[in-house]
Design a protein around this ligand. Structure first.
Ligand SMILES: NC(=O)C1=CN([C@@H]2O[C@H](COP(=O)(O)OP(=O)(O)OC[C@H]3O[C@@H](n4cnc5c(N)ncnc54)[C@H](O)[C@@H]3O)[C@@H](O)[C@H]2O)C=CC1
Ligand SMILES: N[C@@H](CC=O)C(=O)O
Ligand code: NA
Length: 438
């Protein structure tokens, strides 16, 4: 067998530690699959004295990541530090030095992938990023290679483990948002800045990547609509259950006649749909191809070993491809770089959806009638409506309703008029509903 391939690993945190562990634990199987051994010879981290998830015996350690990038003995760089400034510099430098790159960094790919892939193509090196979307689920490979014969109509998925963990714990155990988020951070699921998780930004990064490989469009994170789970209350979770739905943070990419919808937001999903029952840190993505129909991918979306599973799979891919002609590699975004299309991405106001609306009305005659009249004037018909009896000493009643499918701009117009009613207190809560045809 040939000499082992040498990996320089940047970042020894959750994913870096997991990657070293999996490479060591499964060394024999991995080299039988790759045709060569894969060893981490160099690694960098900010603080070399920190306790680690993994053993680092035999690895040359440094606090200076550029030493790893510039070391002529290193064949592949695994970028596992996160962020988009230093990480971008390191990745571009590694490419320029002729090294292949594996990264788990979805923010980096979503924001700078177009530039990085162009540089990689010019240098004839690979940039692999399976760990960047849905952790251990091989979703990039599934869409880019397994579904390559299909026209993909839409995909929808739970692609942020932290948010799904929070929503599941809130529903099942009635726990507080902040308490569950702390636990997700302790378990290594959350991003360095956890607002990325709970405000839908991380899911937006992942959706950007999925949409590009599904539809053959350039990466364009700035056109993704993102809304997180911070405004979801226990009441919303409870009303969803009563109406037969679960609330999930969904990333949706859909081709329509007018353009492409790219959106991340909390979504009502019928409780009988498989992905309504995806709980905890698990992720799931449904993809609809014209030839294959619907396929569903399920697995751990975050955590050390599951994410390492994807990083190591990419390392093996790079090692296998070292023997093939770079011109014949699988293209980064599934479609040939000069064949990406310019189809329009729709603003959120132009999407069509069913809506859950929740508002607080003063317990007076006629308020409900005013609300339904506004909806009807705005061309919105109602699928279901619930008005709860208030406790004896309270003068406010929640009104909860589901609309039929309608344009978002119509709903926004109706909400503005409803909020202006004297009999309505505060804001109207709006959550989109996806029926996800089975
Ligand atoms: N934690 C998870 O479950 C998953 C994480 N990812 C991605 O993997 C990457 C790494 O995430 P984690 O391992 O969770 O992070 P982490 O915070 O546990 O580890 C980051 C490592 O990078 C090093 N580092 C950070 N900034 C540095 C700098 N400026 N200079 C030198 N070293 C630096 C740190 O010292 C640490 O060793 C991120 O891009 C993240 O989005 C992707 C999928 C799942
Ligand atoms: N913070 C992310 C980690 C994996 O991508 C998540 O919670 O999904
Ligand atoms: Na993945």
């Amino acid at each position: 067998m040939l000499n082992p391939v040498k990996v320089g690993l940047l970042g020894l945190g959750t994913v870096g530690g997991g990657t070293i562990n999996v490479l060591q634990r499964n060394a024999q199987e991995i080299s039988r699959r790759a045709g060569r051994g894969i060893v981490v010879t160099h690694a960098s981290a900010r603080d070399l004295t920190k306790p680690r998830l993994c053993h680092t015996d035999g690895i040359t350690l440094t606090t200076e990541p550029f030493d790893v990038i510039n070391d002529p003995n290193v064949d592949i760089i695994a970028e596992l530090i996160g962020g988009t400034t230093l990480a971008k510099e390191l990745v571009l430098k590694a490419i320029n030095n002729g090294k292949h790159v594996v990264t788990a960094n979805k923010a980096l790919i979503a924001l700078h992938g177009n530039e990085i892939f162009a540089a990689a193509q010019q240098k004839g090196v690979m940039v692999a990023f399976e760990a960047a979307v849905a952790g251990g689920i091989p979703i990039i490979k599934a869409i880019r290679e397994g579904l390559t014969g299909n026209q993909i109509a839409w995909l929808a998925g739970i692609i942020n483990g932290t948010s799904n963990f929070i929503l599941s714990e809130m529903r099942d155990k009635g726990r507080d948002f902040a308490d569950v988020l702390n636990e997700a951070q302790r378990l290594g699921y959350a991003e360095a800045d956890p607002t990325f998780d709970v405000e839908g930004i991380d899911a937006g990064h992942k959706l950007t990547i999925l949409a590009s490989i599904a539809f053959g469009i350039p990466l364009q994170f700035d056109k993704v609509y993102t809304e997180g789970i911070t405004q979801i209350t226990r009441e919303d979770v409870g009303y969803a259950e009563e109406l037969g739905y679960r609330i999930k943070l969904l990333g949706i990419a859909k081709r329509t006649e007018k353009g492409i919808e790219l959106r991340v937001h909390p979504t009502f999903i019928p409780v009988q749909h498989l992905i309504a029952n995806v709980n905890g840190v698990m992720n799931a993505i449904v993809v609809r191809g014209d030839a294959v129909g619907q396929t569903l991918y399920y697995g751990a979306g975050a955590g050390a070993d599951p994410t390492a599973s994807a990083v190591v799979a990419d390392l093996v891919d790079v090692v296998r491809m070292l023997t093939t002609d770079p011109e014949n590699h699988v293209p980064h975004l599934a479609f040939q770089a000069n064949a990406l299309s310019n189809v329009a991405i729709l603003p959120i106001s132009d999407i069509e959806s069913i809506y859950y609306l929740r508002m607080t009305a003063l317990d007076r005659l006629g308020v409900l009638a005013q609300v339904t009249r506004i909806l009807s004037d705005c061309g919105i018909s109602i699928e279901a409506i619930m008005q709860k009896a208030p406790p004896d000493d309270v003068d406010q009643v929640p009104i909860v309703l589901l609309t039929h499918a309608v344009l978002e701009k119509q709903v926004n117009q109706a909400i503005a008029q409803i909020e202006a009613l004297e009999g309505i207190h505060g804001h109207v809560k709006k959550i989109r509903v996806e029926m996800l045809e089975q």
